[in-house]
Design a protein around this ligand. Sequence first.
Ligand code: ATP
Ligand code: MG
Length: 428
Amino acid sequence: MSKTIQAIRGMNDILPTQTAQWQYFEGVIKQVLQNYGFHEIRLPLVEKTELFARSIGEVTDIVEKEMYTFSDRPDKHDNAESLSLRPEGTASCVRAGIQNNLFYGQVQRLWYSGPMFRRERPQKGRYRQFHQIGAEVFGLEGADIDAEVILMTARFWKVLGLKNLELQLNSLGSNAARANYREVLVKYLTEHQDILDEDSQRRLTSNPLRILDSKNPDMQDMIAQAPKLLDYLDDESKAHFEQLQSLLTANGIEFVVNPRLVRGLDYYNRTVFEWVTTELGAQGTVCAGGRYDGLVEQIGGKPVTGLGFAMGVERLLSLLEQYDLLPQADAPHIYLMTMGDKALQQGMQLAESLRDALPDLRLLLHCGGGSFKSQFKKADKSGAQLALVLGDEEVENKQVAVKFLREDKPQQTLNHQELEALLKTIIA
Ligand code: ATP
Ligand code: MG
């Protein structure tokens, strides 16, 4: 036998035993998105590398070392056709909006879902192909929409039954305020240069705010003592942030202001937020986002403000699993077994007519022959509630024997009409 081929580490199969839970989760989120007037947009998995470099930022973990990048023209040695698997959805969404003229003179509320790709060290809650559901709003500046979007995320958790998620908020202010703060921060960090790790040394000149986002335990004390961006906010951003907080409070949403929350991507300004749990260790952020008023212009469109978030589906599913909040896969209602050619023919017809009559019915027709004994074993294993049995006698009488597999009830022999009536009560 030749050596088996394994999937790439960090790129997981989602198995039939799990898909019911994924579908449930996606269904809940989609419903809530629709409740808030969001429309789905479907985006390519591959984009020009330049799109991500220009939006996410050259000096970010993602663009520096996490992207799957390849040349579309390996025969040519220029960079013009460098392509990347998407590491996130916002950049593509903005690109699509500009290209298809979705933004101007109208507000857009969009959502997307699907796999994202980052070459990270795989571990629990951190994969190389993972899934996000995200939403973006374009064309609104006020804090009202920030609050509306955060309320929607809070509703996701409410509908899913998830408690114990903490909402962390911060404001990154205007570009000018950030530039101001950057100087103060660089001065502080330079004074503590001995504590900075290699990545942070490099970022000191290229992207010092990102140092605040470092997860290196040796730097945490130093980071905690750093000057706070919130103390350097411009007046408009301050008012915006205050309005957001008061709208959230008025709606009963609890939050903590985390002055060190800067997010890993460059495009954010003003509001940033994360929903965090302590249950998943270091991979505790399950949903994250913020405002990116300059991004559309940065990617080459006429200026339009925007904000959005993305949630990590694997992390949320693992949290829901911990709290036992996921449904089990649906077993069939019926396992239909037959013995002999005639019975098979009639059984198949019966199965089809039941599927016509009862669109929600889950019916497994036994295929592959075998004794009734072996068929019963399979019926039991399938998890079906009922076994329907057709042998010579039943075919002769146009009847079917019904055996209750999960209840202690005597077997019944029913005609097709009686059977349909019984099944209606089981599906309901
Ligand atoms: P982290 O700090 O955990 O690396 P991030 O800031 O890189 O997260 P975002 O780019 O904001 O994450 O993505 C939004 C969400 O997507 C995250 O909060 C997380 O739930 C999920 N996510 C990000 N990267 C991964 C990954 N490699 N595997 C699984 N989920 C991920
Ligand atoms: Mg990351």
